[in-house]
Design a protein around this ligand. Structure first.
Ligand code: ZN
Length: 85
């Protein structure tokens, strides 16, 4: 399996197992906490449409980590729940 597939699978599991907490939403940003082995803070900047995470994977690779993908998925799902009827 390629790394990106592993990361995708991990992120799905975070969502499925209820590991995403939406903390605060401001006009500029949304803050999430991901309950991984360690806690990670994920921030979505609405204006820049950019994501960041405090984990090692993200700071080393500057690519979306499983925490960021999980929060994206979470956002998509919650939007569907609101508008998708
Ligand atoms: Zn991360």
């Amino acid at each position: 399996m390629r790394i990106s597939e592993i990361v995708k699978q991990k992120s799905k599991n975070f969502v499925k197992n209820g590991k995403i907490l939406k903390e605060i939403e401001t006009p500029q940003r949304i803050h999430f906490t991901v309950l991984s082995k360690d806690l990670h803070s994920v921030i979505f900047d609405k204006k820049e449409k950019s994501w960041s995470c405090d984990c090692q994977f993200f700071s080393l690779k500057q690519k979306p980590c499983s925490h960021i993908l999980a929060c994206k998925l979470y956002l998509n799902l919650s939007r569907k729940n609101i508008y998708g009827k």
